[in-house]
Design a protein around this ligand. Sequence first.
Ligand SMILES: *[C@@H]1O[C@H](CO)[C@@H](O)[C@H](O)[C@H]1NC(C)=O
Ligand SMILES: *[C@@H]1O[C@H](CO)[C@@H](O)[C@H](O)[C@H]1NC(C)=O
Ligand SMILES: *[C@@H]1O[C@H](CO)[C@@H](O)[C@H](O)[C@H]1NC(C)=O
Ligand SMILES: *[C@@H]1O[C@H](CO)[C@@H](O)[C@H](O)[C@H]1NC(C)=O
Ligand SMILES: *[C@@H]1O[C@H](CO)[C@@H](O)[C@H](O)[C@H]1NC(C)=O
Ligand SMILES: *[C@@H]1O[C@H](CO)[C@@H](O)[C@H](O)[C@H]1NC(C)=O
Ligand SMILES: *[C@@H]1O[C@H](CO)[C@@H](O)[C@H](O)[C@H]1NC(C)=O
Ligand SMILES: [Cu+2]
Length: 211
Amino acid sequence: MAFRSIFTLTSLVALAAAHYSISYPEPRGVYVSDNQNSFCDGYTDAASNRSDFPLSNGLIKLDNHHTEWAASVLISIDQNPTNFSAFNTSSSGIQLPLAVDWFSSTGSGEICIPVDIASLNIEGVGDGSNVTLQTMFTGGHNNLYQCVDVTIRANATVPSNVTCERTVNGTVDTAESSTSEDEESEDSGAQRLAIATTSGLLSVAFAFLLL
Ligand SMILES: *[C@@H]1O[C@H](CO)[C@@H](O)[C@H](O)[C@H]1NC(C)=O
Ligand SMILES: *[C@@H]1O[C@H](CO)[C@@H](O)[C@H](O)[C@H]1NC(C)=O
Ligand SMILES: *[C@@H]1O[C@H](CO)[C@@H](O)[C@H](O)[C@H]1NC(C)=O
Ligand SMILES: *[C@@H]1O[C@H](CO)[C@@H](O)[C@H](O)[C@H]1NC(C)=O
Ligand SMILES: *[C@@H]1O[C@H](CO)[C@@H](O)[C@H](O)[C@H]1NC(C)=O
Ligand SMILES: *[C@@H]1O[C@H](CO)[C@@H](O)[C@H](O)[C@H]1NC(C)=O
Ligand SMILES: *[C@@H]1O[C@H](CO)[C@@H](O)[C@H](O)[C@H]1NC(C)=O
Ligand SMILES: [Cu+2]
């Protein structure tokens, strides 16, 4: 019983280290959990290499480790946005809307957030524009940020290997979920095993401390 509660405690500690990480589009830099309370997950400067992003019907896919959470997506149209004010007003003086308004959700795991740049009607933004999207996320660990630097393309579409089993506002893409479901259960199985192993070791360490 005592072992069990130590096990639970250390499992929670292990889980708390992961907040959320964007898997599509490729983020500005590799996810760093400890920096996620900072602007763009600690990466101040825009990536010099950008991925293409659809002008219409784009999305951001992330893996979330919080059960009750809320998020929004900010947009900057500056070439190198290095601070939050660049996500409010562009260096050319254009007032920027939120790319995605705040919404709340429940449940951890992978989720897709639709992002439609065209419908934002930002002056001068269209095919070939460079923009940065910054996710602003809260799930009990204050605001958590991550950025993607992209080039908007009218002819780009989300790659077919980016599958969405859950999409904000409830759309479930059944056509593409079957294969990735198998992969995912393997993934989370491996993850659980890794956490259990770490917890087991920590529990042993804790048990020694308690003796
Ligand atoms: C977009 O950014 C790339 C570098 O990331 C740069 O080479 C290109 O000139 C920029 N395009 C525009 C329209 O500013
Ligand atoms: C940009 O370059 C880095 C370093 O080579 C690479 O790891 C990353 O995948 C590239 N990002 C994109 C969006 O192509
Ligand atoms: C914020 O970043 C922009 C570039 O996007 C820059 O022009 C501006 O001076 C910066 N503002 C502050 C307060 O650092
Ligand atoms: C930009 O700042 C103004 C004034 O503080 C605020 O009303 C507005 O909501 C902000 N916009 C964004 C996108 O944060
Ligand atoms: C999209 O357009 C760009 C130029 O605007 C071009 O370089 C690229 O090959 C096009 N991609 C597709 C998938 O058609
Ligand atoms: C999708 O395929 C591209 C190559 O076309 C690859 O770079 C990317 O890592 C793949 N993404 C996923 C989520 O498998
Ligand atoms: C969800 O749908 C509502 C109603 O259509 C819309 O206002 C909101 O922006 C959508 N949220 C997201 C994140 O797509
Ligand atoms: Cu967290």
